[in-house]
Design a protein around this ligand. Structure first.
Ligand code: ATP
Ligand code: MG
Length: 291
């Protein structure tokens, strides 16, 4: 169990700030301890996370299983309160969920009894937004994610990739300042995943969002991002922050270039020992309360 703000919603409410000089998102010394009352101990999941994300940047976090990526995303989403440190969005301290952030998870979790269009409208509806006024934008977003003509289909009539695109349109309809994505393509097959990466980039360029993206896949992180932040484990911490200089728009063929492969090697070297440890079952990662 850890401290929360007592709110379950992940599609959230806050003010839009107009400041431009401060980073969009800034994390200073964020620590998270999970208290395990049953075992009489606590686990430090994150230790002193310092990072910043600029407006309109695409930033990815990579790292081994259990290094605290989802925990950090939940802190940014405002559903977990940090044990120490401060997180600001547009210069304002994050103190709970807000409509300025939307989260896209690994599973599309669409409502099977709702059509594609009604699934896209669902997030806004939950927030008490004006659904009638949002209809035109919902159609526009379905076009952006390549699903025009599928408005009246049901989720079970769509492929996994199409369902994830509906999920993305649903998040974008909230018009969040910050889009938080936790391994959104992990359940897709390799080919669909590649196509979705390209499509996400084109959607990102058309909608000018700031994105914080979590993935296990190093090549995915490099291909999509302006900045790749590498987390290490025992406990979760920032090992490196690497700028990705490739020009945009990026083509999938970029992944085969020597420069791209160099970045993969560089990041893999940073996380290899932690990944091997996590693959062995994380015995060494079963941390105590000591940071
Ligand atoms: N609710 C919880 N209670 C106790 N410990 C937790 C809880 N949630 C996560 N943890 C622990 O915190 C650490 C970080 O977990 P987290 O889910 O953030 O990792 P992750 O990097 O997202 O992993 P993965 O890549 O497998 O999704 C792990 O050691 C995990 O066991
Ligand atoms: Mg996770």
């Amino acid at each position: 169990m850890t401290r929360t703000y007592g709110l379950e919603s992940t599609l959230l409410l806050n003010t839009k700030a107009s400041m431009t000089s401060t980073p969009k998102l800034q994390s200073k010394g964020i620590c998270v301890d999970y208290v395990q009352a049953r075992l009489g101990r606590s686990i430090r999941a994150l230790s002193k996370i310092d990072l910043s994300v600029q407006e309109n940047q695409f930033v990815s976090i990579v790292g081994p299983s259990g290094c605290g990526k989802t925990t950090f995303l939940n802190v940014v989403a405002g559903v977990i309160a940090p044990s120490e440190g401060e997180l600001t969005l547009d210069g304002h301290r994050v103190e709970g969920p807000g409509r300025d952030r939307a989260v896209v998870f690994q599973q599309a979790s669409l409502l099977p009894w709702r059509t594609v269009l009604n699934n896209v409208l669902y997030g806004l509806e939950c927030q008490g937004g004006d659904v009638t006024q949002a209809l035109a934008r919902a159609h526009e977003l379905l076009e952006i994610v390549g699903l025009s003509g599928f408005e009246d289909h049901y989720p079970n009539e769509l492929s996994g990739g199409m369902q994830q695109r509906v999920n993305l349109a649903r998040a974008l309809l909230i018009d969040p300042d910050l889009l938080l994505m936790d391994e959104p393509f992990a359940s897709l097959d390799a080919q669909t995943r590649e196509i979705m990466q390209s499509e996400l980039l084109s959607i990102w360029q058309r909608t000018s969002k700031t994105v914080l993206f979590i993935t296990h896949q190093i090549d995915e992180a490099i291909f999509l991002s302006d900045q790749v932040i590498v987390f290490g484990s025992r406990p979760g911490r920032v090992k490196a922050s690497i700028s990705i200089p490739f020009e945009r728009p990026r083509q999938l063929s970029l992944k085969r270039s020597p420069e791209f492969l160099n970045f993969i090697d560089q990041i893999w070297e940073l996380i290899e020992s932690d990944v091997r440890s996590a693959a062995r079952g994380g015995k060494e990662t079963a941390a105590s309360s000591d940071p």
